[in-house]
Design a binder for this molecule. Structure first.
Ligand code: SAH
Length: 244
């Protein structure tokens, strides 16, 4: 029996936003590895071992997946959204780089619908022109880098999506991020707070930067900021396809 590792995205929450490719791969799996709330989304069945683990142990998880596959297991590593967006795919490749004995392991990455795209679709089309995605967490990079990227993206007039905007362990930084955005973009720029998109707790709210407060975001929120042309039409927010 030949083992493999598939690193898959479970989408933003709704079952029907999981791709058929991911569903078929899960049906063949012997083991599922991932962060506790994501593994909780997988239905238990005979022949399937679930390995939930705590946050911030991405490299241990990756090594565990590669070790199981080497013994013949069919391992699915789960992320929410897309596995390549601030998630497990890079962690697995980092682990292969430091453990070259796994270079020939059969590893595949199966895409999913990432939070910013699910949120943008609910809001209208706020990412309809050039945009960028920034992880506001400073777990894996200095906060000064976050601030610099934020400023440069705002100056380049990108629409922006922010992941991990605010957590209990760093409650003040998102306020600083909003200050930078107000200074660079002015108070009238539209900002959408999209919480728990595609789940029963979903809540979307669009305000101006002048009205935005840090409490509007938490760890289940992805934040979308428009570019200078982003506007409202009815209850939707959209960014025109062209720029002058
Ligand atoms: N790989 C994931 C992102 C993981 S980082 C993806 O592609 O979506 C975790 C962050 O993603 C959260 O802090 C939040 O900013 C965002 N997020 C994940 N699911 C979300 C959802 N259903 N609604 C809103 N934001 C979500």
């Amino acid at each position: 029996m030949t083992g493999w590792v598939a690193i898959v995205g479970l989408g933003p929450g709704r079952e029907d936003l999981i791709t058929p490719q991911v569903t078929e791969t899960l049906a063949q799996a012997t083991d599922v590895i991932g962060y506790i709330p994501y593994v909780a989304r997988i239905a238990p069945r005979d022949g399937l071992t679930l390995h939930p683990s705590d946050n911030r142990v991405e490299l241990d998880r990756s090594l565990h997946a590669l070790q199981l596959a080497a013994k013949g297991a069919r391992v699915v590593v789960v992320s929410s959204g897309d596995p390549g967006v601030f998630a497990m795919a890079s962690a697995v490749f980092e682990t292969i780089e430091t453990h070259p004995e796994y270079t020939e392991t059969d590893v595949s990455v199966l895409p999913g619908i990432t939070a910013m795209l699910a949120a943008a679709a609910r809001a209208g089309a706020p990412l309809g022109h050039d945009f960028c995605a920034i992880n506001l967490s400073d777990n894996l990079k200095p906060w000064a880098v976050v601030e610099h990227r934020l400023r440069m993206a705002a100056r380049a007039d990108f629409a922006m999506a922010f992941y991990n905007p605010r957590s209990k362990s760093r409650p003040h930084q998102f306020g600083q991020a909003l200050e930078i955005l107000r200074a660079e973009c002015g108070p009238d720029r539209l900002i959408t707070f999209a919480r728990a998109v595609s789940t029963p707790d979903e809540a979307l709210r669009t305000v101006t930067l002048g009205e935005a407060t840090p409490e509007m975001a938490d760890m289940r929120t992805v934040v979308l900021v428009g570019n200078s042309a982003t506007k409202r039409v009815g209850r939707y927010v959209y960014t025109p396809r062209s720029a002058s």
